[in-house]
Structure formats: C-alpha cells, structure tokens
Design a protein around this ligand. Structure first.
Ligand SMILES: CC(C)(COP(=O)(O)OP(=O)(O)OC[C@H]1O[C@@H](n2cnc3c(N)ncnc32)[C@H](O)[C@@H]1OP(=O)(O)O)[C@@H](O)C(=O)NCCC(=O)NCCS
Length: 223
C-alpha cells in the first residue's frame, strides 16, 4: 500500500481521511498545513507537520501527497498548494471511490477526488486537481479542466467543456455541447442551457414560499 501525506486538516482534509482510510488504496501517514495555520500537532493519530518542512520528515521519493482543500478563493488556494507540492517533487495521488464508476476510455488527471456514486463516462476527461462530489455525472466527451470544484449530484451532459477554476454547485445541470467559461460560479440547482461568460455567477430560481402554512396542505393535514 502506498503511503501519502494529506495537505489539509479542515472539513475536506477530514473527509479525505475517511475516504482514504475506508475506500481508497493509499495509507495516510501524516497531515501537513502551512505552519501558521497549525492548531493541533496530531490529527487522527497522525502527526501534523508544517508544509514548509514536510519534505524533510516525509521525502517525496518515498511518500505521495493529496491536497485536500476546498473551493476557497475559487479553487485558487488548492491550485497554489497543488503546484507547490509538485515543485517539492511530490507525486499527487487520486482518491477515487470504489463506489464510483469510471468507464474505460475516461481520462483522469492527478490530485483528483472522485466521490462515491459518481459516473465518469467513456471518453470524458477530468483535468488535474478536480473535485467531483458524490453522485455527480460527467457524460461522454465532456472535459472538466484543471482546478474545478463540482459539488454533489451535478449533471454535466455530453460534449461539455468546463474551463478551469469553475465552481458547480449541488444539483446544477449543464446541457450538452456547451462551454462553462473559466472561473464561473454555477449556483446550486441552476440549469445552464447556453455558453457562459468568464468569471460570471449563474443562479437558479429559488422555490417560492406559498402564502399558507404547512398544516394547510391536505397530504399532511391532521384532522
Ligand atoms: C452560489 C453560492 C456558492 C453563493 O453563496 P454565497 O456566496 O454565500 O452567496 P449568498 O448565499 O449570500 O447569495 C447571494 C444571493 O444569491 C441568492 N442565491 C444564492 N444561491 C442561490 C441559488 N442556488 N439559487 C438561487 N438564488 C441563490 C441568495 O438568495 C442571495 O440573494 P439576495 O442577495 O437577494 O438575498 C451558493 O448559493 C450555492 O449555490 N452553493 C452551492 C452549495 C454547494 O454545492 N456546495 C458544494 C460543496 S459542499
């Protein structure tokens, strides 16, 4: 079993611990974080080592790394640490759930997380440093480029290009053969039917609040 260091001790780092420990082929031997952000020396019985010195304790010739950061600064923080880890010589590993389906012909980069129940179709391409939340689908001939964050249950139809640094919120739906331009934020539940403009925000319509209380609905009314 290959041994790795995980960058990140926040929510995403802790999620990565659960995934790697229960569902991926790598063993976490340590966590790392920028020195100024370290609040605890040990997490899940593994040492937390300053990133500045990590190569001394866990040299890149022997250990891999996974950068477990979320979408802070529209994925730029994760992109920076990913590049710094590479510059230190680390091999960036993937965390691909055994419960995801990645069909033959799909291409997946490095430092990617593919959550449980995702489907990555044949001939789909996932770039480097991409997070796919649980149960998302990337259909055939679609490309999700580097440093994107795709939330849970996002549906990317066929022939779509998602440019770098995008954030696709939970349950967003992207129609076929369009391009999501770089650094777009697609809100939860949004339906995107046309190419988007770079660095833009797209929100779906929120559910309406009706002018009645819930006990007025016949289905749930108690009499
Ligand atoms: C797009 C998003 C990130 C914006 O979050 P935010 O920066 O905190 O912005 P706010 O929630 O303050 O929303 C700003 C405005 O947009 C509206 N809005 C936010 N999300 C919306 C959505 N998904 N659909 C419709 N309107 C939305 C808000 O009502 C608010 O309107 P107002 O200013 O008139 O009150 C967030 O709404 C979203 O969709 N998150 C997805 C969650 C997700 O997938 N997480 C995955 C990781 S767990």
């Amino acid at each position: 079993m290959d041994k790795i260091v995980v960058f990140g001790t926040g929510n995403f780092g802790r999620d990565a611990y659960v995934y790697f420990t229960n569902d991926c082929q790598y063993e976490i031997v340590a966590f790392t974080l920028d020195r100024e952000y370290i609040k605890e020396d040990v997490l899940f019985e593994r040492p937390v080592i300053p990133f500045e010195n990590i190569q001394l304790a866990f040299p890149p010739e022997t250990y891999g790394m996974f950068v477990a950061l979320g979408y802070q600064r529209l994925n730029k923080l994760r992109a920076e640490r990913y590049q710094q880890a590479k510059d230190k010589g680390y091999h960036l590993v993937n965390c691909i759930s055994s419960k995801a389906i990645v069909w033959p012909g799909a291409v997946i980069g490095e430092n990617c997380m593919i959550g449980p129940h995702c489907i990555v179709s044949a001939y789909a391409e996932i770039g480097n440093n991409v997070i796919l939340g649980p149960a998302s689908t990337i259909a055939h001939y679609s490309i999700v480029k580097d440093h994107c964050f795709v939330g849970a249950r996002v549906a990317v139809s066929g022939g779509v290009t998602v440019e770098s640094y995008c954030f696709l919120g939970t349950n967003a739906t992207i129609r076929d053969k369009i391009t999501i331009a770089t650094e777009c934020v697609i809100g939860a539940g949004a339906l995107i039917l046309e190419d988007t403009e770079a660095r833009s925000v797209y929100m779906g319509k929120q559910a309406d609040r009706l002018p009645i209380t819930s006990d007025r609905l016949p289905l749930v009314r108690q009499e």
